[in-house]
Design a protein. Structure first.
Length: 236
């Protein structure tokens, strides 16, 4: 047990889905998993373990932002021996080819965060997803005729950028697909600890066009993301 997690040593499966929102973790567990048990409730950052298609899988909320996610990912790997981490969340579009409700597979994750500057010094590290998970996720999405894009995303520490869309222009110019708030830290930690990670996000609003989806559409889109991620979890 840790200050952030009251799960027992064997409570987590080797593969864990990571939504930011604790209520989304509960929704995934209640909607998709069988034989579910609550394994963590510290600070209401809920964690569950159950089975999907007969295989154990867990879902653990991480809170918002890279520092919060880093706490849970470090502990899941170091204390609970988790091997595969799949971020599931929403993202804002930075590329007109990505439409609302499309899935984004984050091949790499840029960031303005300074969290790991003490590790890399004068180098600029490129956090990236595990290629095997990327390839399997893309194949599964194709088999289900889901609309998906793979490429660079950006993990921002600021939800409200002071200059708005202007803040993202250099990233837009370099074909970054979307912005979210957690993947870069996930990829960096997973790489250092020799674990596998991928971020699978649903694009719910486009910063370029102002397009967004309503509550009902958002829920069905998140269902696609959850089902894809859970099927991926059972095949690794």
């Amino acid at each position: 047990m840790t200050p952030h997690n009251n799960a027992k040593p064997d409570d987590y499966a080797e593969t864990v889905l990571l939504p930011g929102d604790p209520l989304r973790a509960k929704w995934v567990a209640d909607t998709f998993l069988q034989d579910v048990k609550l394994v963590n409730s510290v600070r209401n950052c809920l964690g569950y373990t159950g089975t999907f298609n007969g295989k154990p899988v867990s879902v653990q909320a991480t809170g918002m932002g890279q520092p919060s996610l880093a706490i849970y990912v470090n502990e899941l790997i170091d204390k609970y021996e988790v091997k595969n981490l799949i971020r599931i969340g929403t993202c804002g579009g930075l590329n007109k080819k990505v439409k609302v409700r499309d899935l984004v597979l984050g091949a790499s994750a840029s960031t303005e965060s300074k969290m790991f500057d003490h590790v890399f010094g004068h180098f600029t590290y490129a956090p990236h997803a595990d290629f095997g998970l990327m390839r399997k996720a893309a194949d599964l999405a194709d088999s289900k005729e889901m609309k998906w894009h793979a490429g660079g995303i950006v993990s921002s520490d600021s939800f409200y950028q002071p200059k708005g869309i202007e803040s993202y222009q250099p990233l837009i110019d370099h074909d970054i697909l979307a912005v979210e708030m957690e993947a870069a830290a996930l990829y960096t930690i997973a790489s250092a600890k020799k674990c596998r990670a991928i971020a699978i996000c649903t694009m719910t609003d486009c910063i370029l066009t102002g397009d967004e989806i309503d509550a009902e559409q958002r829920q069905s889109s998140l269902t696609d993301m959850a089902q894809l991620s859970l099927e991926l979890a059972t095949q690794i």
